[in-house]
Design a protein around this ligand. Structure first.
Ligand code: AHR
Length: 335
């Protein structure tokens, strides 16, 4: 008997210790659910899990910097993941954030479709989601709290309207080639749409070739080379971002043509390198898309975490630039 008693003591002690751990754990879990979850860092800072598209362009680099700086400024613990332009990587990152019980998830979706399942998982876990920069096409708007970013259709439309005005005295066909952004992404879909709607005002303006350059310089150069080989007369290039336009400049110059003169070039973004090309007369027009979303995102993260109502869509203020305006703006351009 005695012996048996002695052998039970360590077991009892272990059971007591385990019960204590479980109790403490469950109290902590209750605290987490009050605050929308705790990623377990031990700090009481709001934890934001952010899944970035990648590092495909100057715009994206500026956007990442803005988000990291704003998080530090706002005292928010940022968990950052670069998806390298792959949707499956973003889904994996979001699932990791759910598992870690972060307080808020934000992401810039690489493409528009295919998010319902993972967004539902976040909703079921009680973690609010903010879309930044790019939208999703989910019919169920309750899967996310808000969208913060640009009106991409407007950017395309402003580009097209400028072209209609610039070519109003053309008497014959004006051949346009279009470098599209990442296939299936909101900016590629919307900019294409806005531009096509605007140029419909002048039947002389015709898109003779349109292909994706994936928002990269390398993609822009490679696709422009193909366009130049296949189309003897190209009057206009509409590139969905500066980087593809900058890549295309190399192809145009190599083909013995003068960018900005032989071929009118319109791009979107207005990052420093794009603005320099515009000031130098190599580009002719840029519609701005602002990457400086960090401070607004942090405000929204705090609000949704606190359970405050936020508007379903918040659009960034943007402008357009001619070469003269680019020269003026360049000295103060931050990115
Ligand atoms: O979603 C915004 C777009 O993505 C920017 O125009 C482009 O440069 C970036 O890669």
């Amino acid at each position: 008997m005695r012996k048996m008693r002695t052998s039970l003591r360590p077991w009892r002690a272990a059971a007591t210790a385990l019960a204590t751990v479980l109790l403490v754990g469950s109290v902590a879990a209750c605290g987490n659910s009050d605050t929308g979850g705790d990623a377990g860092s031990g700090s009481d800072k709001l934890v934001l899990g952010f899944s970035q598209v990648g590092a495909e362009s100057g715009w994206r680099t500026a956007n990442t910097t803005s988000i990291k700086e704003a998080a530090a400024e706002a005292g928010i613990e940022l968990k950052f993941d670069d998806a390298q332009q792959k949707q499956e990587n973003q889904i994996k990152a979001i699932r990791n954030y759910i598992q870690q019980k972060v307080d808020v998830i934000a992401f810039s979706p690489v493409v528009e479709s295919g998010w319902d399942t993972v967004l539902k998982e976040a909703k079921d876990a009680g973690i609010p989601v903010i879309l930044t920069d790019r939208a999703v096409d989910s019919a169920d708007k309750s899967l996310y709290k808000t969208f913060l970013g640009s009106d991409f259709v407007k950017e395309g439309r402003l580009s097209g309207e400028w072209l209609v005005e610039n070519k109003k005295s053309a008497t014959g066909p004006v051949n346009i080639v279009e470098l599209q952004g990442t296939t299936g992404s909101a900016p590629a879909n919307d900019r294409k749409k806005g531009f096509a709607e605007a140029i419909a005002a002048n039947p002389n303006l015709k898109i003779v070739a349109s292909q994706s350059g994936d928002f990269t310089r390398a993609g822009g150069k490679q696709v422009m080379e193909q366009f130049l080989r296949a189309n003897p007369k190209i009057d206009v290039l509409f590139a969905h971002n500066d980087d593809m336009g900058l890549g295309a400049l190399e192809a145009i110059t190599a083909a013995g043509k003068t960018p900005g003169k032989d071929i009118t070039i319109i791009t979107i973004d207005a990052v420093k390198d794009g603005m320099q090309a515009l000031a130098d007369g190599k580009f002719n027009f840029i519609a701005e898309c602002s990457p400086l979303l960090g401070p607004q995102l942090m405000d929204l993260a705090k609000k949704v975490h606190a359970g405050e109502e936020v508007p379903p869509r918040i659009e960034t203020e943007e402008t357009t630039f001619t070469p003269e305006q680019a020269k003026e703006a360049l000295p103060n351009r931050k990115y």
